[in-house]
Design a protein around this ligand. Structure first.
Ligand code: PLP
Length: 386
């Protein structure tokens, strides 16, 4: 086996862009003051924080005062659900059934505290029907949460229509844009969404930093109390270097989006067409057209996703399996089950997620390796009778 490494797990995380890292470095050793300190070290950091917030706001069409920095997507998702619920003494929340675990596990905890949840169904492509949102809204609905694009199967939701319905019914609406940010042009004023989460490490920024956009006037309680950071709404010493990197990564992703999306789509489409043509008994999960440019998610009949993942790993190819990515558990993917896939297929799924730095030559190498791996695993599978 050739000794090479191919990274096809960009939906899990991305490498920090060297331009981003360079921009961050001085904020570890030179401009290291606490951004809240009342001296020149502090002022230098505060200036960097203000500029980073302006850039982030500008990239998504928000006001700087509407950007709240968090430790990432998970914290922002938790903040939305817990923060909105905490403003109400009980109430009804609508979430899609294919949200990230950051939302769904928080929803389960809030259910135990007496909040009522409706989990919206999805169709066979993982798409929420806006009509179902309309039907689910009740007089006591306090929040609707539908992710912009799904992390497993890449399906992009009809978020504009969903936002429209919520606005007509005067219900606050949130979207988790962690997977969409960087590859889709998102302007919160045009979209009209009330809250949105995003995370820097998905588009060439550092891990452990993200943001919650909160439209002015939206009623939401704090998640983390402490100092006066983030206009007293999120305590904790500001991660200055992280914010600088976050802003730079977002600016670069926006400037280079058209080119990167074109390149990534071509790689992904070549991969999908070769897999469908050359590997039997395989199912492409997710929407045929309304999907993230880097996502290709397949179920391989008669084999467990984990065994494919391990063999690919051995061949130097890094991917994710739908079932294990959330918690290291071997449960079938909740997304695929919600899409109506039988358990057997929901267990056999692998997510390949491409980035603009991948090459066609890598894609061909992966398909060739995958063909060998699938046929060798099927030869050993008691379920497969060729
Ligand atoms: N939401 C979605 C859709 C994600 O894909 C992820 C990460 O995989 C998260 C939230 C969590 O983001 P973070 O890793 O920044 O906590």
């Amino acid at each position: 086996m050739e000794n090479r490494k191919i990274y096809l797990d960009h939906a899990a995380t991305t490498a920090v862009d060297p331009r981003v890292l360079n921009k961050m470095l001085p904020y570890f050793t030179e401009v290291y003051g606490n951004a809240n300190s009342q001296h020149f070290y502090g002022r230098a950091s505060a200036k960097a924080v203000d500029e980073a917030r302006d850039t982030i706001a500008d990239c998504i069409g928000a006001k700087p005062s509407e950007i709240y920095i968090t430790s990432g997507g998970t914290e922002a998702d938790n903040w939305v659900l817990r923060g909105v619920c905490s403003m109400h003494d009980g109430g009804h929340v609508i979430v899609s059934s294919i949200e990230h675990a950051a939302m769904l596990s928080t929803a389960k905890e809030l259910e135990k505290k007496g909040y009522e949840f409706t989990y919206l169904p999805v169709d066979e492509y993982g798409m929420v029907n806006p009509e179902d949102v309309k039907k689910a809204i009740r007089p006591d609905t306090i929040l609707v949460a539908v992710m912009y694009a799904n992390n497993e199967v890449g399906t992009i939701q009809p978020i504009e229509e969903i936002v429209q319905i919520c606005k007509e019914r005067k219900v606050p609406v949130f979207t988790d844009a962690v997977q969409a940010m960087g590859v889709i042009d998102i302007d919160v004023s045009r979209l009209g969404v009330d809250m949105m989460s995003f995370s820097a490490h998905k588009f060439g920024g550092p891990k452990g930093i993200g943001a919650l956009y909160i439209r002015t006037g939206v009623r939401i309680d704090r998640l983390i109390s402490g100092g006066h950071q983030e206009r007293t709404r999120r305590g904790g010493t500001t991660n200055v270097a992280g914010m600088v990197g976050f802003a730079e990564a977002l600016k670069i992703a926006k400037a280079e989006r058209t080119e990167n999306v074109k390149k990534t789509t071509a790689l992904r489409d070549h991969f999908i067409s070769r897999v469908l043509a050359e590997i039997p008994d395989v199912k492409l999960n997710g929407h045929p057209t309304q999907r993230l440019c880097g996502n290709a998610d397949f179920s391989f009949r008669y084999i467990e996703g984990e065994s494919i993942l391990f063999r690919l790993d051995f061949a130097g190819i890094a991917v994710s399996s739908g079932s294990a990515c959330s918690s290291g558990s071997l449960d079938p993917s909740h997304v695929l089950l919600a899409m109506g896939l039988p358990e057997e297929l929901a267990h056999g799924s692998i997510r390949f997620s491409f980035g603009a730095e991948n090459t066609m030559e890598e894609v061909d190498y992966v398909v060739d390796s995958l063909k060998e791996i699938i046929s060798s695993l099927r030869a050993m599978s008691p379920l497969f009778h060729a």
